[in-house]
Write a protein that binds this ligand. Structure first.
Ligand code: IMP
Ligand code: MG
Length: 180
């Protein structure tokens, strides 16, 4: 697919992300204190950098698992129908689960994935998203923890892609097209 030329303007620095994750990890460890059962579930692929940094700040015994749900494809539009493309390996019935997502945008992905996981009867299911775009919400969904609330901009970096590119940027940037 031919791509219009664009540049990436930094929105959130690597340093700010690291500092925020330290705070979030402290809050999460307090919430799950005493549990020996926490399964941290990353939603592929956008959360892979975030979950890697988050679990290394978490002072708790954790297991890590991944789930893949269908997403936008390579377009900057949202699809409402969310399908499970890769399921969990772990059995989560009776266990504490932390679902880790990159961005809450329209809310469809997390509202449907959390319903799906609730069907497996976890003891406790909590959600965390690095970024939140509240102005884009189409269904009512609120994550238990949010790293940063951002305006309606298309962002990349720190695991998040635009047409599969830019996941390896260490910061969060916004895409700005340079031609009309
Ligand atoms: P939702 O179902 O609309 O809440 O969409 C959530 C998913 O859309 C996220 O997990 C991202 O994969 C993707 N997404 C939303 N906004 C952006 C963005 O600005 N850049 C890249 N992906 C995005
Ligand atoms: Mg995603």
């Amino acid at each position: 697919m031919p791509q219009r030329p664009y540049v990436i303007d930094q929105l959130i620095s690597a340093k700010s992300i690291a500092a925020r994750i330290e705070d979030l990890a402290r809050e999460i460890a307090a919430e799950f204190a005493g549990t020996d059962k926490l399964v941290v579930v990353g939603l592929l692929r956008g959360s892979f950098v975030f979950i890697a940094d988050l679990v290394r700040e978490l002072d708790l015994p954790v297991e890590v698992d991944f789930l893949e749900a269908s997403s936008y494809g390579d377009a900057m539009v949202s699809s409402r129908e969310v399908r499970i493309l890769k399921d969990l390996r772990a059995a989560i019935e009776g266990r504490d689960v932390l679902l880790v997502e990159d961005i809450v945008d329209t809310g469809h992905t997390l509202s449907q994935v959390t319903k799906y996981l609730q069907g497996r009867k976890p003891a406790r299911l909590r959600t965390i998203a690095l970024l939140d775009k509240p102005s884009r919400r189409e269904v009512d969904f609120k994550a238990d923890w949010i790293g940063f609330s951002i305006p309606d901009e298309f962002v990349v970096g720190y695991g998040i892609d635009f047409a599969q590119r830019n996941r390896n940027l260490p910061f969060i940037g916004k895409v700005r097209f340079t031609e009309a």
